[in-house]
Each structure stands twice: as structure tokens, then as C-alpha cells.
Design a binder for this molecule. Sequence first.
Ligand SMILES: Nc1nc2c(ncn2[C@@H]2O[C@H](COP(=O)(O)OP(=O)(O)OP(=O)(O)O)[C@@H](O)[C@H]2O)c(=O)[nH]1
Ligand SMILES: [Mg+2]
Length: 452
Amino acid sequence: MFASLQSKLDAAFKKIRGRGVLGPAEIEATMREVRMALLEADVNFKVAKEFCDQVAQKAQGEEVLKSLSPDQMIIKLVHEQLVATMGNAASELNLKVAPPAIIMLVGLQGSGKTTSAGKLGRYLKETLKRMPLLVPADVYRPAAIEQLKTLGKQLKLEVFDSQADQDPVDIATRAVEFAKQRGYDTVIIDTAGRLQIDHELMHELQEISDTVQPHEIILVADCMTGQEAVNIAQGFDQALEIDGLILTKLDGDARGGAALSMRAVTQKPIKFIGVGEKLDALEVFHPERMASRILGMGDVLTLIEKAAQETNVEDSLALHKKIKKGELSLEDFLNQMRMVKRMGNLTSLAGMIPGMEKLVKNVNPDDVDRELKHVEAIILSMTPQERRQPAIINGSRRRRIAVGSGTKVEDVNRLLKQFLEMKQVMHKISKMGLGGMMNMFGKGIGGMLKPR
Ligand SMILES: Nc1nc2c(ncn2[C@@H]2O[C@H](COP(=O)(O)OP(=O)(O)OP(=O)(O)O)[C@@H](O)[C@H]2O)c(=O)[nH]1
Ligand SMILES: [Mg+2]
């Protein structure tokens, strides 16, 4: 899902990694690449243009957070725009009605209606603890009714006993009545599909809709059809006024453009996505999570936000200067470490930074915490002058510090050596901004945990 979009966006961001402030020309060049990536992912032309215009405008207007590097800033804006394009908050089913809530699934042939009816029934039962009734109302395709009955059996869900010689409007009406009498609180009606939107099908669906008045008409659309899925949605909406969509087969679509354009073009929310043939392969559609997935960066944005909250801009600028001049002290080191600690558990933090996860994967989180406490104890056992000028820490001072911190002289030696190395490397990468520093910091910790 989104594999190629992901790698293209990443390539665009990489080009501005390690840069200073971005000028309008650079922002424009980056956004041109983002737009190409979106178009290649089959995102609607207008949506892609509007998307990039918005991000470019914000990138130029926004007061650049001093703690973020330019590429992180752009990633943050792209993420926000992705979330906005996909509709911000997740859109839930409207079930707060006098029972039974009636959900009608419509869509073209093979889009995944029957499968989605089963998946949805399972979701309603397992997650929302409701009592759904599945209703087969496709009397045209041979074995269509049997297909839903089989799914119902697998999922231990009640299926209304329709027959192929009955009328779909009549089936739907009787099924709702049946649900009322037997206490089913949700009715899921599976309807017939056609190869194309045709008058006859629409007329039948309208009749069912007029008769049972569903609370939710959900279009089930196959996202592999790309831009066509968006056109289909518009067609169904004109005829039936749909309330939302289930976008299926996202597992098989490397491009994913339909997921991105759907909301912006049709104004209708994607409520669920189908991500596999199995009956548990249905997910509530969360624009926020989807955006993070598209950017393929774990939760790097949460991290960026946390960092932006935690770092005081002046402090981090001062630190930056010190690093550049090679004046970083053990005190600064300790402060940085405390900041990282405040930001949360290191291993969970590591999971948010691409690449860092690998680094700490084999490290026991308890070890990391213990090691950090060690380091803290050692630094706190130094005099302020020692922290600022580690060079004066001679043999006798090392022994005193070791005793004071309950560690061994070797531990003190190791820390000082690592600090010196880190200081040198940090100096070199000081242009990289917070991201680079975080990364170095990770490596520092990785280093501390190497077998002795
Ligand atoms: N990979 C994948 N396959 C899916 C998904 N949803 C449905 N399918 C498959 O798509 C095919 C068609 O699914 P159906 O549920 O029968 O589609 P339908 O819309 O009911 O089809 P008609 O009743 O003929 O109109 C089946 O092989 C399903 O297993 C999905 O999210 N991912
Ligand atoms: Mg079907």
C-alpha cells in the first residue's frame, strides 16, 4: 500500500535534508516533486495541485520552528495536508438511531460488497458489541445469496433467509421487520452489482432505499480502479446520496490514489478500508494514521511534535552554537539526556525514528534506563568546572567521581571517551538540526551498550 508514493516522497525530502533555510525556489522545486509523486500514485489532478499549493503557501508563511530542520518542516506540513485532504477525523457509522440501524451496501460488480457485509457484521459484533443481521438482497447472480449465508456461518452471524426468486425490495422490507421482532439492532443489506452504473440497477437500489430508508448508504468501491473509483462514487452519490464509502483492496494497490482523492472530490468520507480477503481485514479509516503510513515514518511526526514542545527555541539555538564552536559540556549532555527522558521511554522513542529502531532493537529497555541512570550519576558526581572542562578530570578526580557515583573508574573513563567522540561527531553534523542530533544521541546510547 502506497509503496511507490512513499519512496518518491522520501526521495523528494532527502534532497533538502541537511539544508539551511529553504528559499521559495527550493520549496517550489520540492513541491513539484511531491506533485509528481501524487500524480503517479493516481491522485486526482486537481487534488494534487491544490495539495501542493497549500503546502507551499504554508511553508513560506510559517514561522519555521527552530527545532525542526527544513525537511522535517516540509514533512510536517505534508502530513498535515494529507490529513486534511483525507477528511481530518475518522467518520463513524451513524448507529445512534432507534434500532434497527439500517446499513445498505451498494457498488459495482466484484467491488467487495458481499465480503464487506461479512466483515462489517464481524466488526459490529466483535468491536461494537452489536447484534447485526445480514441480509442477502442480490437475487441475480447465481449463488450470491449462498455466498453471504456461508460467510454468516463462518462468522456465527445471523443471515436473513432470502431466496433467489424473491423481489429485493420485498426481501429488504421483510428483513427489517424480522430484525425488529427478533431484536437485531443492525441490519446490513447486501445488494446486487452491475458492471457499470446503469439505470435499471440504480432504479432498484432507489426503490430499496425509498422503502426501508437506510440510515447509512455505503458505497463499496474497489480502489484498484484508481481515479475511476472516484467517478463511480460521484455517480452513485448523484443517484442515491451515499453517506460514505468502504474502499476495498487497498492491500493490492501499490498506488492508493483513490484513498487520497476520494474525500476531496466527492465530499464523502471513507469510513472503512478493506485490506485483504480475510474477514478480519477491515479497518476504520483514520486520516491521521493513513497519512503517517503514507509517509512511512513510523510516528516520526509525533516525535517532531514532542520535540517542538520540549525544546525551548532559545535553549536549542544556544546549544547549537556551542556544538558548532566545539564547546559542548557534560552539563549540556546531561540536559539533552534529561530532555530525551522527559520525551518518553527511549525505546518507544526509537520506534518513532526511522533507522533508530534497528539500533535499539536488541537492546533491553531496562538496560537503557539503567545505563542512563549510571551516566547521570557519574555526571552529577562531577564539579561544575569538571562538567564544563572535562579535560581537567585526571586520575585522582576519576577515582573520586567513581566512588561518588557508585561506579567504577572504567565506567567514568568510558563515559568521558564517548563524550569526547560524540562531541567531535556532533560538531561535524551540527548543521543537521535536531534530527541529526537525535540520531547521534541514539548512537551514543547504542555505543554505551556495546559489550564491554
Ligand atoms: N485483496 C482483497 N480482496 C478483496 C477485498 N474485498 C473483497 N475482496 C475480494 O474481491 C472479490 C469480490 O468480492 P465480493 O464481496 O464477492 O464482491 P461483490 O461486490 O459482492 O461482487 P458481486 O456480488 O458480484 O457484485 C472476492 O474474491 C473477495 O475476496 C479486499 O479488501 N482485499
Ligand atoms: Mg456480492
